[in-house]
Design a protein around this ligand. Structure first.
Ligand code: HEC
Length: 110
């Protein structure tokens, strides 16, 4: 009787830990995917922009816009701050807009 209980407890612990390992693998997969699918162009301000723009949605939202003017990107960044409360400081807006325009711009200021 005692031996059976010990076996049951060991089995339960094994099953639980196996489940946890699987969950961990699933979570890691989930975190990696969006960033692998939409790589960002290397350039000045890339890491700063990555930290500020990828916390709510993938980079795909940005790429979907296609090449745009500087004014367009500035408006989008300000929309993210005003409408969605993106935690981007006023003094950091220029750097993000420059990165967006340099790498995803259409050559027009306005
Ligand atoms: C606080 C969360 C948050 C942050 C940070 C954020 N966004 Fe967004 N963004 C959103 C939400 C929410 C949407 C709308 C999603 C939807 O409509 O499904 C969105 C949508 C967009 C779109 C799609 C077009 C549109 O006008 O809705 C673009 C482009 C975009 N974001 C760019 C950016 C850029 C560039 C940054 C970094 C400067 C950024 N986002 C940071 C929340 C955020």
């Amino acid at each position: 009787m005692r031996k059976q209980m010990v076996t049951a407890v060991i089995a339960a612990v094994l099953i639980t830990s196996l489940g946890a390992e699987e969950n961990k693998a699933e979570i890691q997969k989930g975190i990696k995917m969006p960033y692998m699918a939409f790589p960002m162009k290397q350039g000045k301000g890339m890491y700063s922009t990555k930290g500020k723009c990828n916390m709510c949605h993938s980079w795909g939202y940005v790429l979907n816009q296609g090449p745009q003017s500087k004014a367009f990107w500035r408006k989008k960044v300000i929309k993210m701050i005003d409408v969605f409360q993106a935690p981007i400081k006023n003094e950091d807006i220029d750097e993000v807009v420059e990165y967006l325009y340099k790498n995803y711009g259409n050559g027009k200021e306005n």
